[in-house]
Design a protein around this ligand. Structure first.
Ligand SMILES: [Mg+2]
Ligand SMILES: [Zn+2]
Length: 186
């Protein structure tokens, strides 16, 4: 299997910090065609999302169920299906005992991607990570994927370092898909 790992906030959907209200969730513009093409080309579409709001006590882990349902509902009319969802509920400065830990799954660490690869027998070297900040890029590169940064203004620090250089910088998921598939489309 091969996969495109998608960051959620700011990449698949417009970022509303710590939002878990399904009614406020929309899919990012300029994403549907790209996701359709990637899926058609045989890439699993897998969400990998840091959700420190759980560790911080802003919302419980199970509130993400409604978020997933909303995402699937919004994508279904376009015949796009997200194959799996991975979350990091941790944050070292959290207040919830179980989640206030220095984990291996919070991006920029690659734990979620490695877990998905193990769960679905994914060839990470044939897979891509798409995200809107360099922590996504680092997680993808550390996992052995190729990476695309969606430069939509959400990365503001541009902290460099090992593993923090994307293969490509794109404006949207559609453009990212074009890069991945090396195809042009209207
Ligand atoms: Mg993001
Ligand atoms: Zn974690």
């Amino acid at each position: 299997m091969k996969a495109v790992f998608l960051d959620k906030d700011g990449t698949l959907i417009p970022d509303i910090p710590y939002n878990v209200d399904p009614a406020l969730i929309t899919i990012q513009q300029n994403a549907f065609e790209g996701l359709t093409l990637l899926q058609h080309e045989g890439y699993m579409l897998i969400l990998v999302s840091n959700q420190a709001g759980i560790a911080r006590g802003y919302f419980p882990l199970n509130s993400l169920i409604a978020v997933e349902e909303r995402l699937l509902e919004l994508l279904k009319p376009h015949r796009i299906h997200l194959d799996a969802f991975y979350y990091c509920p941790h944050h070292i400065n959290g207040i919830e005992d179980n989640y206030a830990v220095d984990c291996n799954c919070r991006k920029p660490r690659p734990g979620m991607l490695l877990q998905a690869a193990s769960d679905y027998h994914i060839d990470l070297s044939a897979s891509w990570m798409i995200g809107d900040i360099l922590d996504d890029v680092e997680a993808g590169n550390r996992a052995g994927c190729k990476t695309i940064l969606i430069d939509n203004g959400n990365e503001t620090e541009w902290r460099g370092g090992d593993f923090r250089t994307p293969a490509r910088i794109c404006r949207s998921i559609n453009q990212a898909a074009e890069c991945i598939l090396n195809k042009q489309y209207a």
